[in-house]
Design a protein around this ligand. Structure first.
Ligand code: BEZ
Ligand code: FE
Length: 288
């Protein structure tokens, strides 16, 4: 086609596909291009704005490393990661939520009743629950990979003062699906905002805060792996998570427990004299 116009360019683009193109590739690429063309027409995008967009992508590429992926962060703050997640979630299983960039491979083993707090300051949080299927039956021996920030709001990979495995643990639930551990109560923290994504947040008058949370990846043979998080119901950022990760069923009450009531069966039993918090968070997996 040589008489390309601003009105027919999308149809011309569609006509250029080869006959052997994979149908799904064609569907996705065509829809993406249709939306990009409509976006440029709707906003009457100028050359300067188009160039600024490309410079933004270049900057995101320059800043991206194996430890920091600015494109994933962009997808997160635009709500795309959460939207894709929610499109494929299963109604009667625990909701999934964003993975984030701070998971580490080969986390250290954490026994049932084990402790991730060690000698870090902050309130002890006792976390307990059961891994179940959609019919309420316990799933024995599920693997639970858990991670969170230290009390300074930094993950181990962001903080030279922490061991890379600090606040990471891999637990195997028991034959009744039960898991339990202690940690320090997580804090709200900001996503990295010193790069191009931070510029977008500021330009949009948005903050970079996430409500405090614990991350989980739960796996068991025959079940879909679950990537999720648990949030306390009193966090000030619960209704404005900058990466849109909060779901109703992931918000739990962290119940304050009186001094002297810390139970037996934990690594910290006998050494927690003061009050502490406790959260029960059951995990429901969907069948494969
Ligand atoms: C996180 O929760 O670790 C996270 C999620 C998305 C972007 C940045 C951090
Ligand atoms: Fe996180």
């Amino acid at each position: 086609m040589r008489s390309v116009t601003k009105d027919n360019i999308t149809d011309v683009f569609a006509a250029y596909f080869g006959e052997d193109t994979d149908p799904r590739v064609k569907e996705v690429l065509l829809a993406l291009t249709r939306h990009i063309h409509d976006f440029a027409r709707e906003t009457n995008l100028t050359h300067d704005e188009w160039r600024k967009g490309l410079e933004f992508l270049e900057w995101a590429g320059r800043i991206t490393t194996p430890e920091r992926n600015e494109f994933v962060l962009l997808s997160d703050v635009l709500g795309l990661s959460s939207l894709v997640d929610m499109q494929h979630s299963v109604a009667d299983a625990t909701s999934s939520s964003v993975l984030g960039p701070f998971h580490v491979s080969n986390p250290p083993a954490l026994e049932i009743g084990g402790d991730m707090k060690r000698d870090f300051d902050g309130e002890v949080l006792l976390v307990e629950g059961t891994v179940r299927d959609q019919d309420g039956q316990a799933i024995p021996h599920a693997q639970i990979d858990i991670w969170q920030t230290a009390p300074n709001g930094l993950y181990s990979s962001q903080d030279e003062d922490q061991d890379i495995h600090s606040f990471h643990g891999l637990m195997t639930a028991d034959e009744n699906g039960r898991y339990a551990f202690t940690t320090v109560r997580p804090v709200s923290y900001t996503v990295p905002d010193d790069g191009p994504v931070g510029e977008i947040l500021r330009a949009a008058g948005r903050h970079p805060w996430r409500p405090s949370h614990l991350h989980y990846i739960v796996t068991a043979p025959g079940f879909r792996s679950l990537v999720t998080e648990v949030f306390p119901d009193d966090d000030p950022y619960l209704d404005e998570d900058t990466v849109f990760g909060v779901r109703d069923d992931l918000v739990m009450t962290y119940v304050q427990q009186p001094a002297g009531s810390f139970p037996e069966g934990f690594k910290l039993s006998g050494s927690v004299d003061g009050s502490y918090s406790r959260v029960d968070f059951d995990l429901v997996l969907a069948r494969d």
